[in-house]
Design a protein around this ligand. Sequence first.
Ligand code: F0G
Length: 429
Amino acid sequence: MTTVTSPGASYQLCASCGNRYGDRDAAPRCVSCGGLLELVHPVPALRGADLRAVFAARRGDGPGSSSGVWRYQELVLPNAADHVVSHPEGNTPLLARERASAYAGVSNLLLKHEGHNPTGSFKDRGMTVGVTQARRIGARAVACASTGNTSASLAAYAAQAGIPALVFVPAGQVASGKLAQSLAYGARTLLVNGDFDACLALVQQASERLGIYLLNSINPFRVEGQKTIAIEALEQLGWDAPDWLALPAGNLGNTAAFGKALREVYELDLIERVPRIAAVQAAGAAPFASSFRDGFTTRPKVKAETVATAIRIGDPASFDRAVQAIRYTNGVVTTVSDAEILDAKAVIDASGVGCEPASAASVAGVRRLVGEGIIRPSDRVVAVLTGHVLKDPGALLRYHQELSPRPEFANPPVEIEPTLDAVERVIGD
Ligand code: F0G
């Protein structure tokens, strides 16, 4: 795949103090002020319609192009060359489903289904870039803390690259599909007696002490890959930006990535106007939403509790970057209850699409914002479904089989004797 990048190397920039680091520096944060790093790439030699044409021409053109991440290599990591570790990933569908649209209250709702990625979540888009970078710098091992999806993705990509992986997850709080994946792909899996926030603190200390490359979402290379969710959705819409991009928000890596993506594609004349981001938190894990209500003057930490274990996070790592994303896009941050999340999930599932609980927060959030008059029923909305329906079978079966009182959309199975009479009785009901 030929690149249309101008000569020169990418570099890492500290968003807080302006310090610069080379694109092979492995430090997880700015060494002088502890700020988060972000990548700056050489400006592509083409822009606007010409760059759009380059991206379009790459669809299905050779091995690198089959990835919905590396197709946009000028905006992701232009100089990755032969190091790329790709499954491939991305190229996820944008789905219209009448039932989900009616439930959300907008006539033009599209679901960007990131559960179609190789390990079943959007994390693969960041991880292909993160593990590529690990290979580029010759990392001897990689590590992350996770609520389950990042660890599944890290385990798979590290296995492909032949690099040992170490993952820290909160004991008893990871959905079974995700934990199973981490074990299956061969990561050394540590079940930490603490919450995700404790895992994140621990992995940062451990990676420093042991010299292991840290691949949490504060890793700026992962952010570059995750930008392609928004970029690919815009391309699928013919670069005609929707009014809103709605997504679930936990550790805020994705919100930050969306903000960076939108700024860059706007500055390169790929889109004519910037869609607004709607970041949706679970009510029991909503420090970012509280801060938004205070005009981002506070940075609260909470003890997180929600059925959506993927976003059970009380002290999000990419907070500052996500503030920039909301400000830049004139976005909003809202909350939804666990009941709203589970009902939205049941509707998405029953429309034949399916997603994990945290993913449904995006649609539940759209419904809430329509109710509050912030999103108009005529607005064009893309809601991101971040993970696959089979990630969390436990939550799914509890909703349909166990919750009392029985939820509105529950579809409990019926146990019967092996007789036709019994079948007829059930059908008669
Ligand atoms: N949806 C799913 C399915 C997730 O797994 C996550 C995060 C999010 C939404 C929120 O994205 O953190 O970028 O705001 N999962 C991380 C993990 C924390 O470890 O897998 P975010």
